[in-house]
Design a protein around this ligand. Structure first.
Ligand code: FAD
Length: 387
C-alpha cells in the first residue's frame, strides 16, 4: 500500500492543474490517469482568451493553431451573419496536446503522475480514503475526483447533481469551404430543432465539427443530424466527416450544495462545472483544480476542506452559470427569435463576443437582454424571470 496525502483520480485539465498546484504548495500527492498521453478526448479544442489569465502564456501560446477574430452564426444551416472583433475571440488548439502540456507542466513542478492506472475502487473511512487500481492500493487523507463526466467519481458520488447532455463530434480534413467564405471563423448553427446547436471550429489542417443539445427533454438523432449538417451547411459542403464520437456534456442541476462527499472532492466535469450556454469547461476544470488544491493544502478536516472548496467554486462560477443557463434556456426555447435578436442588435452580439473574451459577464448580458425584451415588446419588467 502506498501512503500519500492526496490522490488525484484522472489527469485531464482539472487533475493536472490540481497536481501542479499541490506540488507548488509542497503537498505530497499522486495522480492516477487511466490513459497514456497524448490521448483523444471529444472536444472542440476552443479556448476563450480569458484562459490566459489562468495558464502561463509561454506554455499555451506554442499550442495555438488558429486565432479566431470572427464568429459566423447560421440558422438551421441557412442565412448567416458575422460578428467580428479587432481582438482574439477564441484560440483553437489540439486538445490532446493541451492535456499533455498540462500533465508535463505538473510533472516538471514535482508532481507524481502514473499513466495507464485506472481507479477501480474508492472506499471512504473516517480518517482516510482507500483508492484501488488493478495494480496498487493507495491510502490518502483526500481524493480529488477529476476523472471527467463518465468517471467513477461522477458514477459513485456526484451523479445526482449533474444533467448530462449528449453531444457528438468529429474531425473533418480537406479543403474547408468555410475558410474561403469567411476566413478563420468559428461557425455556430442554431437549430434544426429547438435546443439543438452545431459548431465548426477550424484548426490548421482540419476542422472539428460538433452538435449538442442544451435543453432538457430534446430527442433527436444526433448522428443523422450531423450527416445533414455535412450535406447542407455552406461552410462544410463537400467535406468528408471522420469517425463520430459521442460524449456527455455535464451541467450542474442545482447551483449550490456541496462539491464533495466525505474525503472526496468533485472537480471539473465530475462536478458538472461546465458553462451551460457555451459548453466551455476547460477553464472551469482548471480553476476547480486550483481551488481544490488550495483547500486540501490549508485544512485537515474533511468538513472544512469540502466547505471551503464548495464556497470558493460557488462564489466564482455559479452566478455566471446561472445567467448562462438562463440564456441557454431562452435560445434553446426560441432559437429563431434569439437569432434575430442577435442579428438585429449589434450591442447584444458585442456582449456575446465580450463574454467569450472575458471582458463582460453573463450577468450583464442577461440584464441587457431583459431590458431589450421589455423595451421592444413593451412587456412588464416582472414578466421575464430574473437570474
Ligand atoms: C463534444 C465536446 C466539445 C467540447 N468542447 C470544448 C471546448 O471547445 N472548449 C472547452 O473549454 N470545453 C469544451 N468541452 C468541455 C471540456 O472538454 C470539459 O469540460 C473538460 O475536458 C473537463 O476537464 P476534466 O479534467 O474535468 O475532465 P476530462 O478532460 O474528461 O479528464 C478526465 C480524465 O480522467 C481520466 N479518467 C477517467 N476515468 C478514470 C479512472 N477511473 N481512473 C483514472 N483516470 C480516469 C480520463 O482518461 C481523462 O484523462 C467540450 C466537451 C464536449 C463533450
Amino acid at each position: 500500500m502506498i501512503e500519500t496525502r492526496v490522490v488525484v483520480a484522472g489527469c485531464g485539465p482539472a487533475g493536472s492543474w490540481a497536481l501542479y498546484n499541490l506540488a507548488k504548495n509542497g503537498v505530497p500527492a499522486v495522480g492516477l490517469e487511466k490513459h497514456a498521453f497524448p490521448r483523444y478526448k471529444p472536444c472542440g479544442g476552443g479556448l476563450s482568451p480569458k484562459l490566459l489569465q489562468v495558464l502561463p502564456a509561454d506554455k499555451l501560446k506554442p499550442l495555438i493553431e488558429v486565432v479566431i477574430k470572427k464568429l459566423v452564426f447560421t440558422f438551421n444551416c441557412r442565412d448567416r451573419f458575422p460578428i467580428e472583433s479587432g481582438e482574439p475571440i477564441a484560440f483553437m488548439l489540439r486538445r490532446p496536446m493541451l492535456d499533455k502540456m498540462l500533465a508535463d507542466h505538473a510533472a516538471q513542478a514535482g508532481a507524481k503522475i502514473y499513466f495507464g492506472q485506472e481507479v477501480t475502487g474508492i472506499q471512504q473511512h473516517r480518517d482516510y480514503v482507500i483508492v484501488n487500481t488493478p495494480e496498487e492500493t493507495y491510502r490518502a487523507a483526500f481524493l480529488l475526483g477529476s476523472d471527467g463526466a463518465t468517471g467513477i467519481t461522477a458514477r459513485e458520488f456526484s451523479h445526482g447533481s449533474i444533467t448530462s447532455y449528449p453531444t457528438i463530434t468529429c474531425m473533418a480534413e480537406g479543403e474547408f469551404p468555410g475558410k474561403s467564405q469567411e476566413g478563420d471563423a468559428v461557425w455556430i448553427n442554431l437549430g434544426p430543432k429547438n435546443g439543438v446547436y452545431g459548431w465548426i471550429f477550424p484548426k490548421k489542417d482540419y476542422v472539428t465539427v460538433g452538435l449538442g443539445i442544451f435543453k432538457k427533454g430534446v430527442r433527436i438523432n444526433l448522428k443523422e443530424t450531423m450527416d445533414d449538417m455535412f450535406r447542407v451547411h455552406p461552410a462544410l459542403k463537400g467535406m468528408k466527416p471522420g469517425k463520430y464520437y459521442g460524449h456527455p456534456l455535464p451541467v450542474r442541476k442545482r447551483l449550490g450544495g456541496k462539491l464533495g462527499k466525505g474525503r472526496v472532492l468533485f472537480l471539473g466535469d465530475a462536478a458538472g462545472l461546465v458553462d451551460p450556454f457555451l459548453g466551455e469547461g476547460i477553464i472551469y476544470a482548471l480553476r476547480s483544480g486550483e481551488l481544490a488544491a488550495g483547500s486540501v493544502s490549508s485544512e485537515n478536516l474533511p468538513g472544512p476542506v469540502r466547505d471551503n472548496y464548495s464556497r470558493a467554486v460557488a462564489a466564482e462560477m455559479f452566478p455566471q452559470f446561472r445567467s448562462a443557463g438562463w440564456i441557454a434556456a431562452l435560445i434553446g426555447s426560441f432559437p429563431s427569435a434569439a437569432y434575430k435578436l442577435l442579428k438585429d442588435h449589434a450591442s447584444l452580439s458585442d456582449f456575446y463576443r465580450g463574454v467569450m473574451m472575458g471582458e463582460s459577464k453573463y450577468t450583464e448580458v442577461v440584464s441587457r437582454i431583459r431590458n431589450r425584451l421589455v423595451k421592444d415588446h413593451r412587456l412588464p419588467s416582472d414578466s421575464i424571470p430574473r437570474k
